[in-house]
Ligand binder design. Structure first.
Ligand code: FAD
Length: 414
């Protein structure tokens, strides 16, 4: 995509000061934790039909988090405060135990409605995708899939994560589907299975996605809709959620289970073990059931590398890839040069100031809001504090730009 000529100065009435690209949980978390961002000329661009639910609208599985984890960061007295009283939001936050992710999607939808009421209609762009970013000095030019163009001083990327084909499964690509397909479409995601014998299914990976897919298969087997033998391949020990270290100590642990490192794996807020990355609820129960040999048709194997299971993979009718997610990407041109925001890796990682480190000391203010898969690899165990942290960093950047002499009035001239 070719860059378009950027104007030196932005219009103080029509150009946004901030563009938020992507408004699922993380984008919405940012805005609801730091509503002061709406006092600046904010434009929200989302590829989907509505801001808020993001990927959760498609996950037909249970959570690996608790209802109380969400929206504690919203100030009841702030512009998003009234949404906390919405029945859909209360239902989520008061829910005990496992919940269908549709409940979270519904609550996020309510915050999306509130955002739509708070923003002027022309500043909420739905059903259009940010396709290209080009910078010239501090100015950021955005091209949307529709061809529409915007210029801004600050860009926040909250585009979420995606499950790309994994190189290690390339030899079996024709028989491999991503776990997300099963999580979304359940049995409809499966190709035709062999008649007259159990289908041989291998799930590559041992995360929440892997056990969510395994649960879909287990339920179908219990209901007599699927005849299969399922092998789950663990490349590393499985993390299991525990309420606290004492609960962990009181339980027996099998050889496939990860041993928590108190310095790294205990949530400083709650004391919970593997708070976000650990298997919970039915996924955890299924893991334990299989581990003690109590689930006919399911086995777990610990393998150092997928190639060690080549024989099993060769014989499989279907391979479910559950080897993790990577950041959703988009193409960028920074001061005339093509740039990969993930720096050749899988994840778009911000620096300590919340911005993508750009080449040549570019002055462009491009922030990232959590485009990393769980568990957070930026050292944080919980996302809650990240929203407010990032919001504060963005407000500080706007203040710096204003101090540098390129202020944009906060209010449209009347
Ligand atoms: C199977 C599974 C289960 C999970 N369960 C949980 C759970 O129980 N609890 C939990 O907290 N987390 C869970 N997660 C993690 C979950 O994916 C993230 O917490 C959540 O979806 C992240 O929100 P997000 O806003 O980063 O991404 P998304 O929800 O994917 O939102 C991204 C948004 O960006 C938009 N977008 C994408 N590309 C563009 C573009 N180019 N331009 C404009 N807009 C764009 C999309 O339309 C979407 O609205 C789970 C993940 C998986 C895979």
């Amino acid at each position: 995509m070719t860059a378009f000529p950027l104007r030196d100065r932005l219009s103080a009435t029509t150009d946004p000061e901030i563009v938020l690209a992507g408004c699922g949980l993380r984008g919405m978390g940012l805005l609801t934790a730091t509503p002061a961002l709406l006092d600046h000329r904010l434009t929200v661009v989302d590829a989907g039909p509505r801001p808020g639910p993001g990927a959760f609208a498609d996950y037909r599985i249970q959570s690996n988090s608790a209802g109380t984890d969400f929206f504690g960061w919203v100030d009841p007295a702030g512009p998003f405060g009234p949404v906390l009283d919405d029945p859909a939001v209360r239902r989520l936050r008061e829910h005990q135990g496992a919940f269908d992710l549709a409940l979270l999607a519904g609550a996020l939808d309510r915050f999306g409605d509130r955002l739509a009421a708070l923003l002027p209609p022309e500043r909420l762009i739905r059903g259009d995708r940010l396709a290209h970013v080009a910078t010239d000095g501090a100015t950021i030019g955005l091209t949307l899939a529709s061809g529409r163009r915007l210029q801004s001083r600050v860009l926040v990327l909250a585009l979420g994560i995606t499950e790309a084909g994994h190189d290690a499964l390339a030899p079996w690509a024709a028989r491999t589907i991503p776990s997300g397909r099963i999580v979304r479409d359940h049995l409809a995601a499966l190709p035709p299975m062999p008649a007259g014998r159990p289908a041989r299914i291998v799930i590559a990976g041992g995360s929440h996605s892997a056990y969510s897919a395994a649960l879909v298969l287990a339920d179908a087997m219990d209901a007599g809709h699927l005849n299969a033998r399922v092998a789950i391949l663990h490349r590393s020990p499985a993390r299991l959620f525990h309420q606290n270290l004492a609960d962990h100590a009181a339980e027996a642990h099998g050889p496939l289970e990860a041993v928590p490192d108190p310095a790294r794996d205990i949530c400083p807020e709650t004391g919970q073990v593997f708070r976000y990355s650990g298997l919970r609820h039915r996924a955890r129960a299924l893991f334990q059931e299989i581990a003690r040999g109590g689930r006919p048709g399911f086995t777990q194997l610990r393998i150092p590398a997928l190639a060690d299971a080549a024989e099993l993979l060769d014989r499989a009718d279907l391979i479910v890839q559950a080897l993790g997610y990577q950041s959703r990407r988009l193409s960028m041109t920074i001061d005339g040069h093509p740039w990969d925001p993930a720096g050749g890796g899988a994840v778009v990682r911000p620096g300590p100031d919340g911005r993508i480190p750009l080449p040549g000391g570019s002055a462009a203010q491009i922030f990232v809001m959590g485009m990393d898969p769980y568990p957070y690899d930026d050292g944080a165990l919980t996302p809650t504090g990240q929203y407010a942290l990032r919001g504060g960093q963005i407000l500080a950047a706007l203040a710096r730009l204003a101090a540098a002499g390129q202020p944009l009035p906060l209010a449209e001239p009347g």
